[in-house]
Structure formats: C-alpha cells, structure tokens
Ligand binder design. Sequence first.
Ligand code: HAM
Length: 412
Amino acid sequence: MIQAIRGTKDILPDTIDYWNYLEFTAKAVSESFGYKEIRTPIFEKTEVFSRGVGEGTDIVNKEMYTFADKGGESITLRPEKTAAIVRAIIQSSLYQQQPITRLWYFAPFFRYERPQKGRLRQFHQFGAECISSPYPESDVEVISLAVEYCKSLGIEDYKLLINSLGNEQSRIAYKEVLIKYLLENKDKLTADSQNRLEQNPLRVLDSKAEQDKAVVEGSPNILDSLDAESKLHFETVLSYLDKLGISYAIQPRLVRGLDYYSHTVFEFQHSSLGSQDSFGGGGRYNSLFSQLGGKETPAVGFAMGAERLMIILEAIGKLPQPEPVADYYLLAADSKFIPKAIEIASALRSKGKKVLTDLIRRSFKSQMRDAGKLNIPYVVIIAEDELSRDSLLLKNMLNGEQNEILIKEFLK
Ligand code: HAM
C-alpha cells in the first residue's frame, strides 16, 4: 500500500470541522481589524527565502524543500509566508498604491524537520502582516489580533514573550559585545554554534542544543544595547500592551529563528505542547523589503501553527462540537417512494436547507438508525398512507415527536 509522506497528514472528514473552525475564526478576527486575505503560490524561486529568511538560519540551511525544475530553475516549497508576501507586494507595487496594507492568510507550509508531536513537514499557519507603518501602534495591532484570535478560540492560559532586537545600529553594537562574550566561551559551544559565532551570533542565542543553553543563559542582555530610538519604540509597545490589559513577559534572549527581524519580536507559548511549546510568533521586519529588491518599507506580522492550536484546543477541551451533516433526512418508507423523496429533497435544498437521502435502498429501520447516528435533527418520512393525502410525516429526532403535515404546507 502506498503511504503518505512522513510528516504529512490527511485531513479526513472526521476533523474537517475543526479546521474550518480555525480558519473561519481567523477570517472573522482578521476582518474585524480590516485585514484582507492574500494567497500566493505554494512554491517560489529559492532566493525569496534564502535572501528573505536568511542564509544562516536552520530553515534555509537544513529545512527547505528545494529542487531544480525541468527548466533548471531552483524552486522551493514555501517554508513560511512573510518573504513570499513581501515578494508579491513588491511585484504588484501594492505598497506604493496605498498608504497601508493589512493582510491575513491561512495556508500550508513545508519544512524538512524531524516529525514529532506538533512538528510536521507539511503544516498550516494562520498569519497576519501589517505593511508600511514604522510606529509601535502597528506592532500592537498585530499582537492584539493574535491575542483576539486566542480569545475567540477560548485559549487563555498562554504566555506571551516579548523582546526587542532594536534598529540596525543597536544590533551592530550588541553583536560586538555578544561576539566578545561567545569567543570567551567558544570551547563550551557546539560545533554548529562555533561556526555561526562570528557571522551570525544572534543564531547562537536561538540554538536548541542543551550544550549551548548554559552559555546563552549568561550572555549579555540585548536590551542594554538599545539606542534611544529603539528603546522608545519598545517602551511604547509595552505601554500600549499595558493599556490594553495584554500581559507579557520580557525575554531578552528571544531572537526567533528567522533573520529578518528588527525591533519587536514575540512568541506565544502553551504548556500543553511539551517540547514544541511555541505555537506562534512574529515581529517587525523593517529591512525585508529592501533585501528583496523593493523600496525600504517598515512592516510587522505574526504566524500561528494550526496543528499546535489544535493540540491546545484538544487539551483544554475547547474543540467545537461537529455540526450535523444535514437539517433533514428524507426517508422513503418503500423504494417506490424514492422518486418523491428525491423531489422533496430537491425542493428543500432550493430553499437553502441541508438535506440527505439514502442512496443504498435501506429498510425503514436502518434509515432511521442512520439518521440517528448522524445526529440529523429531522426525518421526513414518505409513506403510503400520508402520500395518499398529499402529506408526509415529520419526525423531530430530539424529542421523538411526529406530525403529519401537507407537503405544500411543509415546503412553504
Ligand atoms: P515561525 O516561528 O517560523 O514564524 O512559525 C510560526 C509558527 O508556525 C510556529 O510558532 C509554529 O506554531 C508553526 N510551525 C513552524 N514550523 C512548524 C512545523 N514544522 N510543524 C508544525 N508547526 C510549525 C514564521 O513562520 C514567520 N513567518 C512569522 C511571522 C510573520 N513573522 C512576521 N510575520
């Protein structure tokens, strides 16, 4: 038997209601902030991500599905959306036509990671990006959007970690003290981190290796290297969050796994996830537009992993009740009434009702059992006696009540 690729999952009808719920809630919350949906291709030229996400990151170094197409072009299945959206916005000049662009998405992504609970090779993200504002109000808008989404889903006991990577000058100053510290502790680091140390020292802070963690714990605090402009930006973000009653914890070693961030970075964590405890994250990316060949444009956004949200909702008992597949089950008491059942079913559907008919000519009893199993609230019975009076029987499956009613009246 041919099996699905490791790290991918079929979404079968028994869980599709959960997926629709996550996506419809994402749409409703995003629209309440005035965000419009964006859809971009599943694959892009590899350089969108190698230049966008950064050559030194795990995503680009180890996790991308990259291949040459038949024309010899290097193609990558998108590992994330921010760089792809920036490519699309530059290409369409959207950011030059309107003062501010607000976008959301719910889509599949691909990373070649070792599969485990909450970590897949094809996974889904809900994300939002706010493009063209340099001000802290936009950082706070996207964080609020993420918080509102959690609230709408009933997720309350999460942790929001926040940090600032400052502007470029601040990061240059910080990298200097960080490299100095890491060099002093070089022999305690993994080979991977030793290699990254001078080129991309911030990546060492994001290392998941136990051996590196002890060194990272004692590393200099990035917030001490922020210049006045960066400090003011960060403090203003925090003061808006305070005003909105959004609680957070400052985590000075939070740098995130992508290279494009500046100023605010944040992450959402939940204890039900185990070792993969982060279910969302984001931040400001003021230089990504210019890195991808566009006009320098400030922007900020976040993304949340749908599979991880699903694990949380299951753990806290907040997965939605699945809806019955239909409002009415059309039951022909004898196969000679099937044409009438089909006719009435069609009339009901044209009135916007959801209707199911039996397609395998089952007995009265087994159709009843079928309707019960599917939790369909009403069964419409077409039978000899009632039909001779141009009527049908309507059975309320919740209270068992059954009434004869004229077909004409019923359809009205
Ligand atoms: P990220 O932190 O790489 O950020 O991914 C965001 C979320 O996607 C993670 O918190 C996690 O829930 C989910 N995720 C990532 N990899 C996997 C995986 N292999 N399996 C299951 N879930 C996964 C970004 O992707 C940025 N584009 C976020 C952003 C938007 N920053 C600014 N705008």
